[in-house]
Design a protein around this ligand. Sequence first.
Ligand SMILES: Cc1ncc(COP(=O)(O)O)c(C=O)c1O
Length: 399
Amino acid sequence: MSNFDKLKERADNVLCQTYARYPIAVKSAKGGRLYDFDGNEYLDLLAGLAVMSLGHCHPEVARVVSEQTHKLWHVSNLFYQEEQVALAEKLVATSHCKRVFFCNSGAEANEALFKISRRYQQKIKHKDAHEVISFSGCFHGRTMSTLAVGPEKYREGFLPMPVGFTQIVRGDLAALEKAITPATAAVIMEIVQGEGGIYPMDPEFAKGVQALCRKNGVLFLVDEVQTGMGRSGKWWAFQRYGLEPDAFSLAKAVAGGLPMGAMLCSDELAKAFDFGSHGTTFGGNPICAAAGCKVMEIMERDKLPQRAGEMGKWALERFARIQADLPGAIKEVRGLGLLLGIDLTFPGKPIWEALLKKGFVLNLTQDTVLRLLPPLNIERADLEAFAVALEEVLRAHQA
Ligand SMILES: Cc1ncc(COP(=O)(O)O)c(C=O)c1O
């Protein structure tokens, strides 16, 4: 039995079988590379689903985490903690949103968005508003309320859903105008729909959504869980669109691979989260927060948001050349910064498998979209190596 088969058998015996896992057991990782138990090396173009934006085991982050484990691990949010405050100070310096609520994951950060929206409307504005509107193709997490705003396929067997969540077609401003009623508390949007297939929002539509929200006293929320922390080419994807949401969520890359999420909001909105109104045991844990401070320091120092924008632009142009050279294989290449999608004209599993065999780890979403979310410090030569491999695999598939 191979090392992989042995581990798979153990996993199959004890873990809930919720994930369609890759046929790889990762033993270790360094920078942009993964290593399996048989010593094979893979180029990681997925970065733990947009989490490892500095690459794996970054030595400066590792040092800070290690030092922090000798200082303070956890005391709960009953106490002031320097690391948490320092990270909040760094986060509020990146945008117009000046208040932070820390939690542990993306879904939980979105829960905080929904909760603060309802509470603001009901307790501060004294309105009977509770409904949250989302857009088709979105993904906001796997808790009950994030399922209720998300894709229908993930709701199967989990009914009934919590009430007060509605979805309309992405891009249809007239439909949004019609859907907004006095019961509407907020609208939530991903600037680039990630899981949905790397669909950047049309900028005019996104601006129209913000304007409609403002006009109707509805809160405008942005989910930056996947797009955030520099991946789009700026700290936050809404900044690439010139938008100013009332609040936004983040998670994934913030603590360099340790579990952390956060909700950032305006001072005005923060009035709704008064004492006792919301909370979590682990949110803003000092180890995660210390890691987060170092991650942000490195991102700033190495100008990684800017680099992501430039590298992403280069990659899109490179993939478009493959599209032109191999007519009929690629329907569209899409993306923003280092959120990259290559939409094939056919189901992409054989292409994904062939690339994995060649040592390239990426993701297949919506059946046809090869999704790349590489570390923000990826070398151009690595993206070029992927492009060459992709072209080879597509040619072989066409032959
Ligand atoms: C845009 C977006 N929002 C929310 C989530 C949920 O985050 P988490 O899995 O940390 O709960 C994800 C996860 O992929 C995501 O991509």
